[in-house]
Write a protein that binds this ligand. Sequence first.
Ligand SMILES: Cc1cc2nc3c(=O)[nH]c(=O)nc-3n(C[C@H](O)[C@H](O)[C@H](O)COP(=O)(O)O)c2cc1C
Length: 211
Amino acid sequence: MDDIGVFEAIYNQRQFTRYKPDAVPLHDIKKILDAATKAPSGGNKQPWHFIAITNRDLIEKIGGLYRDLWLGAMGATAPADESPAYRSARYLANHMPEVPAMILVCADHTKGGQPYTVGAPIERGRYASSVWLAIQNMFLAAQSLGLGTRITTTHLRDEQKVKDWLGIPDHVETLCLTPLGYPKGNFGPTDRIPSEDVTSFNRFGQKAVNC
Ligand SMILES: Cc1cc2nc3c(=O)[nH]c(=O)nc-3n(C[C@H](O)[C@H](O)[C@H](O)COP(=O)(O)O)c2cc1C
C-alpha cells in the first residue's frame, strides 16, 4: 500500500502514540529517510541529518529520558480534566522506551547557508524551517508504508544527554524525535480547525474573495 493518494494521506495523517512491538524493516527506514531528503531547503543546502535509532538499549535509554522529562514537566499523575491530546501524549511518554524504532531529526549548522565556524555557538532554530519540510516528507512516506510516527520535542529539555549518548557534535542541533513503528490504531481523519476559519483573501480577516 505504498502509493496512497496525496490527499488521502494528508487527510488521514494521525500522530500515533501506540505501537505494535514488531520491528520496522531496515529497507523501509531507508526508504522513508530517502523520501525525507527530497524536500526543498533554503539555498538547497539540505542541512538535515537523521539518526535512525534501532538499538534496543539506546531506545530504552532515550525513551526513559523522554518519559522522565515529559512526566517531570506535565506531572506524574494525570489531572482529572486532562485533554485527549495530553492523555495520549502521556501514554506515549510512559511507553516511549518500548517503541520499535526512533528517528532523531537534526540540523547540521556546518551545512546551512550562513557561514559557520566549527566550535562557535550555534543559533538554535536557524535551519529549522529547512528541515521541517523533510520531516513532513518522512511522515507521509512512513504512512504510505503503514508505519506510524509522532513529532515530539520533549527531549530538548535535556538535549545534551541525547547528543552525548549518540555522539552528536556541538554544531549539530536536534529538532525532534519521532517513534517509528506499526501503529495499534488506524490512520484516519484528524481533529482540526476548519480551513475557512484560518483563511483570508487579499486582506487579513477578509473572508470573501470579491469585497
Ligand atoms: C512542534 C511539535 C512538538 C510536539 N511535541 C510533542 C511531544 O513532545 N510529545 C508528544 O506526545 N506529542 C508532541 N507533539 C504532537 C502533537 O501533540 C500532535 O501532533 C497533536 O496532538 C495532534 O495529534 P493528531 O495528529 O493525532 O491529531 C508535537 C507536535 C509538534 C508539531
